[in-house]
Write a protein that binds this ligand. Sequence first.
Ligand code: PEP
Ligand code: MN
Length: 337
Amino acid sequence: MILVLRKDATSEQIKKLKEKITGLGFKIHESTGEERTILGIIGGNVNILQELGIETYPGVEKVIRVLKPYKLVSRDFHPENTVIEINGVRVGGNNFTVIAGPCSVESEEQIIEVAKAVKKAGAHMLRGGAFKPRTSPYSFRGLEKEGIRLLLTAKKETGLPIVTELMDPRDIDLFEEMDVIQIGTRNMQNYRLLTEVGKLNKPVILKRGYAATIEEWLLAAEYIASEGNNKIILCERGVRTFETATRNTMDISAIPLVKELSHLPVIADPSHGTGRWDLVEPMALASLSAGADGLIIEVHNNPFEALSDGPQSLKPKKFGKLMEKIKQLAPLLGKEI
Ligand code: PEP
Ligand code: MN
């Protein structure tokens, strides 16, 4: 349930209302906009509040029942766009944020070379997997702890904030100096993992599960938000369909739809969305046009030798050309880069 407060509601009226609601055992999520304050009420049976006639209390303008199963991440609860600040980089609002780097961290030489190249091209953050979820247990599964160390070296070398995937809550301590935690497609419904990252004060990129509906995806985000962490960036990365010509089917329509349903920033991953380097640029530009708040793109200095996802990785030169196009297109769409 949402209480939209009157523009002239006094702080005393708001305080009394909040006391009444919390006294009945509900939790309040307060959203103070430029125009007015909204109180999102969660937990318990909200019928009690309706029976009490809460809409007649001083300071209340109207009461809205939220029928959607997700609450905190819904736009009903928080009409304004959420903007997340990551070491000077902003995600959401009118910002367009580009994250780039290799699928996996492979060596110091590789990660530093790619980090410098993507920085030069204008990327805002560096990606790189140290813990890799691989379909086959015999594939390269990442450098793990050593990979995290190399990412820190790249951060020191370039100043770029780091995005890297966490697969297991037992590894959380290793991620302290990482700037953004990625939850991968395979773990979107790993509820213990979602609960643990929800307890952190660290931005999270939540990738859409490859077989997840939009509602399931937003409910996964609600798991994180319900633990107190609102710094969630949603990432459309393609879903599995009958099509085999591409690795996944990039659901561009999910971008504007999720932005309508949620206040959270939505970025797109055209690398995993297609699995083909030649489709990355058109899908990146399509995502920007569809209203995405940013991109996460795989870039490798030597894609033919890459230990994971080489066929979908751009070479630094091609990434640089894509960045030039993004810089031209973004302002036409009201986005700053
Ligand atoms: C990745 O970013 O390299 C990755 C494994 O992504 P996803 O979880 O979307 O497959
Ligand atoms: Mn990858």
